[in-house]
Design a protein around this ligand. Structure first.
Ligand SMILES: Cc1ncc(COP(=O)(O)O)c(C=O)c1O
Length: 439
């Protein structure tokens, strides 16, 4: 029996307790529970890389504004269903300052996190035209979004972008869009879990096809401007966050307070609907609601029914954070770039001990260091690697659960503490020794 930092019996007991037959399909919450249990049984600290939760203090700009708003009594009032006017205004300025696109404040709609933004978007997109009943995922992706569709009984299709970067993307997308059943395309950029960042040429193809096939693009910018290879932190000055918004009018940009502003707990984001899409009428709305435009159905039908708006005080926080960023008074990226530094150090340790990066480049350029990265180990499936690493006190999720076809794991940098690099180095040295790579 190999000696491992965590006695195998504790890990096996923790897995058995969860009644999981195939570890590669374990959800983030299940992996978290297994790691917590094995940690408790063994008394040995885990290096936790399964959860994508911000590990930093919340933006003080947001907290201050929210406290002030509460002290001014706004908690007793229902928020405007269209969203707080100041927030709508600042969101419009923000997309101009950091993406260089023009979206009227009217189309910038506060939501209770991007989760609600995608839920509402999926619903409206699915109601536009009854022939278009399917959402297309450019995967890998955030598993909960598929769960949202399962909850609402909507169909989806997916493909792993791994083999379809660059010139290959067009043909692959057209093979779906030409069938006529796709209402919307969704992807995150930077990507959760792979940290792939689609290039302008790829966004251009997505935009052109969205226009040609009358399909809506849901661009999930949960990790806004966090491609740390380029400095996107100066408002109203290039370079800007790359976006499909430069290449089509059929889009919604999903901006989240959670990661860029470390504001996940307050559940706040802004869904920015293009001016053209906001005012567009669709046949499906006549049958269901007697009429309406995309924007009015999004707000006055769907959001009204879901939550009647977004927490009032959190909207004040988001407005203040965006305003300070727009005016160049608050460099939000400075506060989160530590994730990139962590990724660089962690990747170096894994790579030195026989691991490889699964998604390792953007059209030939090494992938950025950021919130997530993906690792594999020669000769091991994602499920096997995940279990083996558990014995070494390292927890991460299998890529299979994200719609990836690749064998490997997603590692998140957000919970890493400074003392854990040495710990990881020691444990991976042993891992490599115990798992010699067959040449
Ligand atoms: C790609 C992606 N989209 C959306 C979200 C959720 O964002 P929010 O907290 O704003 O709902 C996450 C959170 O992990 C994410 O990774």
């Amino acid at each position: 029996m190999k000696k491992t930092p965590i006695d195998c019996k504790f890990v096996d007991e923790a897995i058995n307790e969860m009644h999981i037959s195939d570890l590669s399909k374990a959800t983030i919450r299940e992996v978290k529970a297994i790691a917590a249990k094995a940690e408790e049984l063994s008394g040995v600290e885990y290096i936790k890389m399964e959860m994508g939760v911000p590990g930093l203090p919340p933006s003080t700009v947001g907290v201050k504004a929210e406290i002030e708003a509460l002290q001014n009594g706004i908690a007793s009032l229902y928020p405007d269903i269209n969203g707080l006017p100041e927030l709508k205004e600042e969101a419009s300025k923000f997309v101009k300052a950091f993406i260089n696109v023009d979206i009227n404040p009217e189309g910038c709609v506060p939501v209770t996190g991007s989760m609600q933004g995608t839920y509402a978007s999926f619903m409206v997109c699915g109601q536009c035209d009854e022939k278009k009943d399917t959402i297309l995922f450019i995967d890998p992706g955030f598993p909960v979004q598929k769960q949202q569709l399962t909850v609402m009984g909507q169909k989806y299709e997916t493909f792993d972008v791994y083999d379809y970067r660059g010139d290959k993307l067009r043909g692959k997308l057209e093979s779906y869009l030409s069938r006529g059943n796709i209402s919307a395309i969704i992807y995150s950029n930077p990507n959760n879990p792979s940290w792939v960042c689609l290039k302008e040429a790829e966004l251009k193809v997505i935009g052109a096809l969205a226009t040609q096939y009358n399909v809506i693009v849901l661009e999930d910018l949960a990790y806004f401007a966090m491609d740390f290879r380029i400095d996107l932190s100066t408002p109203n000055k290039a370079p800007y966050q790359p976006s499909v918004a430069h290449y089509t009018d059929n889009y919604i940009l999903l901006i989240s307070g959670s990661k860029a502003f470390s504001y996940a707990g307050q559940r706040i984001g802004v869904s920015c609907i293009s001016n053209t899409l906001y005012n567009k009428e669709y046949p499906g709305f006549i049958k269901r609601y007697g009429g309406g435009t995309f924007g009015s159905v999004f707000i006055h039908r769907i959001l009204y029914a879901l939550s009647s708006g977004t927490s009032h005080s959190a909207q004040y926080a988001m407005a203040a954070m965006l305003k300070a960023a727009n005016e160049g008074k608050y460099n939000f990226l400075n506060e989160v770039k530590v994730y990139g530094e962590r990724a660089r150090k962690l990747k170096e340790i894994f790579l030195q001990h026989g691991f490889y990066l699964v998604y390792d480049n953007d059209l030939g350029e090494p992938i950025a260091d950021g919130f997530y990265f993906t690792i594999g180990y020669p000769g091991m499936t994602g499920g096997e690697l995940m279990k083996e690493l558990m014995y070494y006190g390292v927890s991460a999720i299998s890529l299979i659960t994200t719609g990836s076809q690749q064998e490997g794991l997603r590692a998140c940098t957000s919970f890493i503490k400074d003392h854990q690099y040495n710990q990881l180095e020691e444990r991976m040295q042993l891992f490599e020794k115990n798992n010699p790579i067959k040449k």
